[in-house]
Ligand binder design. Structure first.
Ligand SMILES: N[C@@H](CCC(=O)N[C@@H](CS)C(=O)NCC(=O)O)C(=O)O
Length: 207
């Protein structure tokens, strides 16, 4: 199968880490969702990443749908999302906070970095960053217990933390959220995270 999208996207990275944790083999299509927009639209009509092209050429789009397919394929014993009950509700809540933070910090980053300076809307940037910071603070207040098997809430939150550190580092100054720093350090030391480490946030920039 082929994973489409670069690892500076936390949505692509959470799929890549999950593929590796669950021991799936994949090829990596590293074309850019910006520079190779038309080719990306041929894979996903939305022109977004990630997509996962299966061996029979079926194309899965959207990280949540891809992760759902991975969990269904490996079965409930190995699935990264708990199957039911309070554990599942908690995991879904944490994942909603982490993906919501990605969306809000990402929206602010697109506005600050990509949109031409004369067209930027500072109040919108402030609102998005406030929402992202709120979700991150809520995640920081959660108990993150090391020692148990890695799950999707941890994978997605760790990918979100690396993304925010690249896209908007002022939201995560060292020492602000020690619980999340510990989670990030624990995850980033794992081989599945090391192999997908994004060195920089590669979006086009307008002065
Ligand atoms: N809900 C989608 C979000 C994917 C998403 O936002 N991808 C970004 C990269 S992080 C993207 O493709 N951005 C380009 C665009 O939207 O034009 C998912 O979970 O896969």
């Amino acid at each position: 199968m082929i994973l489409v999208g670069q690892y500076d996207s936390p949505y692509v990275r959470r799929v890549a880490v999950s593929l590796r944790v669950l021991e799936f083999e994949y090829e990596h299509d590293t074309r850019s969702v910006f520079a190779d927009f038309d080719a990306m639209r041929a894979t996903n009509p939305l022109g977004r990443i990630p997509s996962l092209v299966l061996d029979d050429a079926e194309v899965l789009i959207d990280s949540a749908a891809i992760l759902d397919w991975l969990d269904q394929t490996v079965g409930p014993e190995r699935a990264l999302l708990p199957a039911a009950g309070a554990e599942r509700r908690r995991a879904l809540r944490l994942i909603a906070l982490a993906t919501g933070a990605i969306d809000k910090v990402g929206a602010a980053a697109y506005e600050r970095l990509i949109r031409p300076a004369a067209l930027r809307w500072p109040e919108w940037v402030l609102r998005c960053r406030t929402q992202g910071a709120g979700a991150i603070a809520a995640l920081a207040a959660e108990p993150w217990s090391p020692g148990k098997t890695l799950d999707q809430a941890e994978i997605t939150t760790a990918c979100m933390l690396r993304y925010v550190t690249m896209a908007d580092p002022e939201l995560l100054p060292p020492g602000r959220h020690p619980t999340l720093e510990a989670l990030s350090a624990r995850c980033e030391a794992l081989p599945e995270f090391e192999a997908t480490w994004p060195a920089e946030y590669a979006v086009p920039r307008n002065p």
